[in-house]
Write a new protein. Structure first.
Length: 204
């Protein structure tokens, strides 16, 4: 991923937390000689060494899941258009964003291993609810029946590249105005980006 030095995010724990929070990503590989992409949730393990997930068996992308084949997973955070009218000098429009690319080798997981990964997936996304459900609630028989229609995978991560383009190249006055304009927007994504910028460079 093209990432100028000023925008490169290198703090490992921060990047891993970003992936976990923005875990609905895009899995990209080569399938039957063509690039193929699927939008799916993927779980990062505690050490930041593996990603796991599953896709529908009807989705032929899994036919490209040859053991050891390199794949890429893309995770994106808030992003927004930045108007040059917000700077204290003349310049051109741009776009601020947060994104992470994860590279690794993939393998198919099945049986009990897949069942356990599905359990982790349910537990992760149910955790914030008042009355979370688990695999026992769904029922082992029901889950294993549904497993016939999916293909599970695990990615051994070989590289993570993160870009947080948040106007780091602007002076304090321009930076502060960008945050102000995004914060006052009616667009929730703009507001989220303003929060990220404020965390990176607090300016009162």
């Amino acid at each position: 991923m093209y990432t100028p030095g000023k925008f490169r995010a290198e703090a490992k724990e921060e990047v891993l937390e970003f992936i976990r929070y923005n875990s609905f990503g895009i899995l990209v590989n080569q399938t039957e000689g063509k690039l193929w992409a699927t939008h799916i949730p993927m779980l990062m393990d505690a050490r930041g060494e593996k990603l796991s997930g599953h896709i529908s068996k009807a989705n032929k992308q899994w036919k490209g899941f040859t053991s050891g084949e390199e794949v890429m997973a893309i995770f994106q955070g808030p992003h927004a258009y930045i108007s040059p009218s917000w700077y204290d000098h003349k310049n051109v429009p741009t776009w601020n964003y947060l994104a992470v690319h994860v590279y690794g080798t993939i393998r198919i997981i099945e049986g009990e291993e897949l069942y356990q990964e599905l359990g982790k997936l349910v537990d992760t996304y149910e955790a914030g609810f008042e009355h979370p459900v688990d695999m026992a609630y769904i029922g082992e028989e029901s889950v294993k029946k549904q497993m016939r229609g999916i293909v599970g995978f695990e990615i051994d991560i070989t590289d993570i590249q993160a870009s947080h383009k948040l106007s780091q190249n602007r002076n304090d006055a321009s930076y502060k105005e960008v945050v102000k304009q995004l914060s006052s927007s009616d667009n929730q994504t703009d507001q989220q980006l303003a929060e990220e910028m404020h965390k990176k460079r607090p300016l009162n």
